[in-house]
Structure formats: C-alpha cells, structure tokens
Design a protein around this ligand. Sequence first.
Ligand code: FE
Ligand code: FE
Ligand code: ZN
Length: 297
Amino acid sequence: MYLGSHVSFDSKEQLLKSVKECISYGANTFMFYTGAPQNTLRCNLNDELTNKAYELMKENDIDINKVICHAPYIVNLANDFDPSKYDFSINFLKNEINRLETLGIKYLVLHPGSSVSIERNKALFNIANGINNILYKDCKVMILLETMAGKGTECGISLDEIKYIIDNINLKDNIGVCLDTCHLNDSGVDINNFDYYLDEFDKIIGIDKIKCVHINDSKNIIGSHKDRHENFGFGTIGFDALINVIYNEKLKDVPKILETPYVGEKKEYPPYKFEIEMIKSKKFNPNLINDIINYYK
Ligand code: FE
Ligand code: FE
Ligand code: ZN
C-alpha cells in the first residue's frame, strides 16, 4: 500500500524537507507543492538537497515513482477570456514540468480549472488545448486531472467532462486522473458504492488512468458542490467507506494521499501521523483530534 499525505516544501530545504516530513508521519509516499499552493512564486532547485532527499528516500523505502506534485490552485486553463492570464498558466505549467523532470517526479496533479465567464464546452476545450501546448513528445511527467466538487464554475466534475478533456489531448500517455473522495462526494458520487463508480470509470475512461487518490472526508452532504475537507472518519463519507477506498484491490498500486485539515484552535497541528495509524489498524479512533493535540502541544 502506498499511503501518505500532503507535506511542505520550502526554498531552504526543498524536497529534503518533504521527505523528512513524510517519514515523521510513518508514510511511504507524499504529495508536495513546489512552493505555496496559493501562488506561483518558485525557487531555484538545489541539486545537493535533491540528492540528499533521494538518499533519505532510499533508506526509508520511499518509491519516487509514487510521489506526487500538485500544481498551485490559481493556474486556470479553463478560462481564456484574458489571453495573458491563460498564457501565464500555460507557461507556469511548462516550467513546473521542467522542475519535476529535474527532481525526477512523475506525476503532476492539476485542477482542470473554472470556466468563470465563458461557455462550459469552450472551457473544456481550452483545458485540453492548454495541456496540448504544455506536453511534448518524450515528456517524462504525466498530468493528472483531479475530479472536482463543482464549486462555482469548476470543470472536471463528471466522468463525461474528464473523458472529453482526455479525448482531446494528443499525448495520451502523459494524461491521467487523480480521484478526490471529498470532491467526488460533493459532486454527487456515493462513496459507499465506490465499486459501482470504479466500474463506470472503467467503462468510460479506463481504470488504468487512475494514478492517484486524494483521501478526504467531507464536511458536506453528497451533491453539495462545496469542497470542504474533513478529517478521516469525521465527515459525511465516514470511516468504513474511506477504508474501503484505500484497501480497494483495483487501486492497490495507486498512491493514496491525505489532504485532511490541520487540527487545534489555530489549525496548527497536522493530523496525518494519527490518521495513517488509524488507517493501518483499520480501527476508528473517536479521540483522534484530542490525541493529535496532546501529541504536538
Ligand atoms: Fe486538489
Ligand atoms: Fe484534492
Ligand atoms: Zn479539495
């Protein structure tokens, strides 16, 4: 099983920092942003730090082929109303793919984008067109379209929309999908019936396209189109349904990444070490939040 969480990456320690944090949670994979998730400021990569990160990964049995990078939220390939912003998103992602090739990371999760003011079909076309501009022959990185909750004008909220985008991408080997359990729930998918969803996914897109799963409970009911993540087992999806996603045989080799919220009064404590323990034991801990706070404070 490949299980991990979102971890940090900073200009000082870079990937080495991410690996250290991953190990501190008892995880064997992780997901990072190459800078802040909310902006596109990025530092120069330091090979020495990258090599130290590789060493530490090797010592701890972390397979770099299962490590995930997430693109910042603010790039938007769906809306081309302002061509300079659309071009900025394309150029940022080109550079991001270069950074990942330098780091040896294979997967880049991307929110497909929000249509905002423009017609939805055009927005879906723009996403595919943008990705066609970013990818190139022999590119070693695969872009993973994340399934979205349908908040605002988000695109990529149904199997048909994801299929349409993939159908219009030229380099099919460089495109895949990242499921997000909170987003799926909020978009109207019943996670209690996850095998039915996987069968539909397989019929429409092909199950081998799933390369990552974001594991989050949801603060809101199915179909709410909200996208507010909750700690594992404490939301409307619930412990058993999420455990069944993680241990699903059909997704055995796919990395599972927690993006659940930090806890404590100031949201200062990461829940991942304790959530990972709970997942490995398959036993719900109703005192999880207090245990986390007591451990870190
Ligand atoms: Fe995401
Ligand atoms: Fe996600
Ligand atoms: Zn989300």
